[in-house]
Design a protein around this ligand. Structure first.
Ligand code: DOR
Ligand code: ZN
Length: 335
């Protein structure tokens, strides 16, 4: 059995920089036609010069693969219209992190005061630049995303022309919010479709499954699967593949992030096949993102087949999800 994907897109990807960038970028660029690149480097990508230079380093690392890096800028409250307009086509979206909520987010936003945010968010609305948000409060870890829903709603109603992407949603409450506001959209990761908190801490601690937001309850995973498998038009695939060196994960003070880039498409095919929804995978991994972002990615055809894929135990210094295990689907050909 085979299935064909046209121009698959990963609309939330961490590529890092330096040696790590050179290790992980090809693992996305060989199979995806494009990806939305996260700006949480040290220091964050917050100027045009930094963004263009990072884009060039990514293109170098992808070694001529057909792959478009869609660049994001680290959101700051003091951005104005002229600054943002100056990026032209090189900027696809901005990424807002609440200060200190996750890896390298220290310079993010604290407090979500509408009047303080207004100039930057109105400029983005006018320029048609979407706002991607890591939506977690600093409350109790299992409630952080649920508590953030009222902030999403406040932003969505105050800035009705602004496209707001709720990144890597993990809860039923976020899904319910999607249908209440025309301008709310969401990405969903592979790992949140597959695991619950039980897989992370229910038995022996599994550091390679530890991420932010933390995986939630079975009822949340079911709700995520329902919208993803049915390719709800306001949700799209964003892996949040977040590489950390093995020693940073298998350590006291484990870094947050699941590395899924090398297995993403095969594991998605396996999941969609298992639920008899393969016909919806094209929408989830490409078509929905194209219409939400209004982008036209480069042409690339990926043929997947139901033959086993042995997942490597590591990719350079990084341990992928399902390391050493076998998936039932694999990539047959990329045209
Ligand atoms: O688990 C995560 N890792 N969540 C994030 O929001 C950031 C990411 C990273 O950059 O490592
Ligand atoms: Zn992320």
């Amino acid at each position: 059995m085979t299935t064909e994907l046209n121009s698959p897109l990963d609309m939330h990807l961490h590529l890092r920089d330096g040696d790590m960038l050179r290790t992980v970028a090809p693992l996305s660029s060989e199979s995806f036609a494009g990806a939305l690149i996260m700006p949480n480097l040290v220091p964050p990508i917050d100027t045009k010069e930094a963004l263009l230079a990072y884009r060039d380093r990514i293109l170098d690392a992808t070694k001529g693969d057909i792959f478009k890096p869609y660049m994001t800028l680290f959101f700051r409250e003091n951005y104005d219209y002229d600054f943002l307009a100056g990026f032209g086509d090189s900027l696809t979206a901005l990424k807002l992190y609440p200060a200190g909520i996750t890896t390298n987010s220290e310079g993010g936003v604290s407090g979500f005061d509408i009047d303080t945010l207004r100039p930057a968010l109105e400029a983005m609305s006018e320029l048609g630049l979407p706002l991607c948000i890591h939506g977690e409060t600093n409350g109790f870890v299992m409630d952080r995303e649920k508590e953030f829903v009222s902030i999403y709603e406040n932003l969505a109603s105050n800035f009705p022309k602004l496209k707001i992407i709720m990144e890597h949603i993990t809860t039923k409450e976020s899904i319910d919010a999607l249908d209440r506001y025309e301008n709310l959209y969401a990405t969903i990761t592979l790992h949140h479709l597959l695991i619950t908190l039980d897989d992370v801490v229910g038995g022996m601690l599994r550091p390679h499954l530890f991420c932010k937001p933390i995986a939630k309850r079975p009822i949340d995973r079911e709700a995520l699967q329902k919208v993803a498998l049915n390719a709800h038009p306001k949700v799209m695939f964003g892996s949040d593949s977040a590489p950390h060196p093995k020693e940073a994960k298998e350590s006291c003070g484990c870094a947050a992030g699941v590395f899924t880039a090398p297995i993403a498409l095969a594991a998605l095919a396996e999941l969609f096949d298992k639920h008899h929804k393969l016909e919806n995978l094209q929408k989830f991994v490409s078509d929905n993102a194209k219409s939400i972002y209004g982008i036209t990615p480069p042409e690339k055809k990926v043929i997947l087949e139901k033959t086993p894929m042995n997942v490597p135990s590591s990719c350079g210094s990084v341990v992928p999800m399902f390391a050493g295990e076998t998936l039932s689907w694999s990539i047959k050909e990329i045209i």
